[in-house]
Every structure is written in C-alpha cells, then in structure tokens.
Design a binder for this molecule. Structure first.
Ligand SMILES: Cc1cc2nc3c(=O)[nH]c(=O)nc-3n(C[C@H](O)[C@H](O)[C@H](O)COP(=O)(O)O)c2cc1C
Length: 230
C-alpha cells in the first residue's frame, strides 16, 4: 500500500505530553537491534504531520543493521568533511540564541566531566556524531531542492513526530545536522538523486541508560521570553 495513503492511526499509547518531556537527544545508544518493521510503522505515522498544501516534502532514507555496518565502513573511505550546502547556524548569532547554544555545550561537557580547556576531550565527544553515537539505525532526511523554508519547516514537523514516536516505541533519537557536513558521502551511499538535498540524519536505537551523557536535561527559556499574549 502507498504509505502516503495509510489511514490515520489511533492515538492510544503514551500520553502525548509525557512523550514530549521524555524525548531528548540521546548521545549514547546500546547495540540492540531495531526492526525495519518498527521503523516503517514510525515513518507511516510520522507522515501524518501537517504540511502546507499537503505537499509532504520529506524524503527519507533508512539505514539499519547490515546497511548501517556497511555505511560505517563506507564513511571510513570518504573525506571527513564536504563543502557544506547550508549554514547550520547564522554567522554572528545574536542573543539570546548565542547564549542558549553556548549553555547547551557547557552543560553537555560538564555532564561528561570534560573541562572547558580540554579541547581534545571536546573534539572526541563531538566526533561521536560520526558513529551515530553507537546507534544500530538512522534515517536521513532530505528535501527537494525546489522547496523553500516553508517546506523545510514541514520537514521539521515530520521530524518531531518521528522523534516522539520513537519514545512511544521505547526508543531514543538524536537529530544530527552534523551529517550536513558529510552530505556527499551520505548521498552517494543512500543513492539520493541530485534534486534532493540532505537536511539531517537522525540516530535511532535503544537508549544506554547508564551513559552519563544521557543524563543531560537541556534547558528551555520561560514562556514569557519567547511568546507574547497580545
Ligand atoms: C535539526 C536538529 C539537528 C541537530 N543536530 C545535532 C547534531 O548534529 N549533534 C548533536 O549532538 N545534537 C544535535 N541536535 C540536538 C540538539 O542539540 C538538541 O535538540 C538541543 O540541544 C535540545 O536538547 P534535547 O533534544 O535533549 O531536548 C540537533 C537537533 C535538531 C532539532
């Protein structure tokens, strides 16, 4: 059946708000397998995301188990960095965004006991991105190059659905813009056509509950700092 035609799924699982608070960026996974059928169901459900004009601009490539092993080997043979296709952050990020970003980094390295001056320790932790933080599976999210920021935002809604559905399935995720710096290698491996552009990867697997990095609870600004009742 065409997955875009699948009927809406009844929401009978974990309370939505619980899943929202439970979702976090997991930066250490166990090597326990995830089945293709679970991922396929999550993708079907995630595609219930709203999109302007219902264009459904997301294009997803799944790497799991054996293909993840092949991808890891493949990446070792490729350049560590490709010419980026988009800027992850605007240059000269202003406040309060700059501080938010800085604090996340500081909090993460503090959780890991990596000191500010330990540049090598920080580089090593960052390099775990390249191993999908040990996950057995990942998805890569692409969008057609003809699309603009409205459709990129639609892809973001798909992504949030996917990450919440992972929680509902007892799994964890880490969205990874990191892969945008290796987009050529990823694109060659997954076989995405020229007209599709890589936004990000999402590492997917079982959470290693014993890993200190997974105890990080990222902060949020209070509502009056980002919303105004007019
Ligand atoms: C689109 C997107 C890309 C991201 N890319 C990365 C990444 O490359 N590496 C990483 O460790 N975290 C990445 N993150 C995770 C963010 O740092 C994280 O969502 C943020 O700090 C809030 O923490 P939380 O997800 O635990 O709530 C990404 C998140 C999003 C939404």
């Amino acid at each position: 059946m065409n997955p875009f035609c699948a009927p809406p799924t009844m929401v009978t699982h974990m309370e939505l708000v619980d899943a929202i608070y439970k979702r976090m960026s997991v930066r250490q996974f166990t090597n326990e397998d995830v089945s293709d059928s679970v991922i396929s169901k999550m993708l079907t459900d995630a595609a219930r995301a709203a999109s302007g004009g219902n264009v459904q601009p997301w294009r997803i490539y799944v790497v799991n188990g054996e293909s993840m092993t092949r991808l890891r080997e493949f990446l070792k043979t490729k350049p560590p960095v490709d010419e980026p296709e988009y800027e992850i952050y605007p240059s000269g990020l202003t406040e309060p965004y700059r501080t938010n970003r800085f604090e996340l980094g500081e909090q993460m390295y503090a959780t890991l006991g990596i000191a500010r001056e330990d540049k090598e320790g920080r580089r090593c932790q960052f390099a775990h991105n390249n191993d999908f933080f040990g996950s057995p599976a990942a998805i890569f999210c692409y969008v057609d190059r003809q699309m603009g920021s409205p459709q990129w935002s639609d892809l973001g809604m798909f992504l949030q659905n996917f990450m919440l559905l992972a929680v509902d399935n007892g799994l964890g995720t880490c969205a990874q813009e990191y892969w945008s710096v290796r987009h050529k290698s990823v694109t060659e491996f997954v076989g995405a056509p020229e007209n599709e552009m890589l936004f990000c990867g999402v590492a997917l697997g079982h959470v290693d509950e014993s890993a200190p990095v997974n105890s990080l609870k990222s902060q949020r600004m209070p509502v009056d700092q980002f919303a105004k009742f007019v």
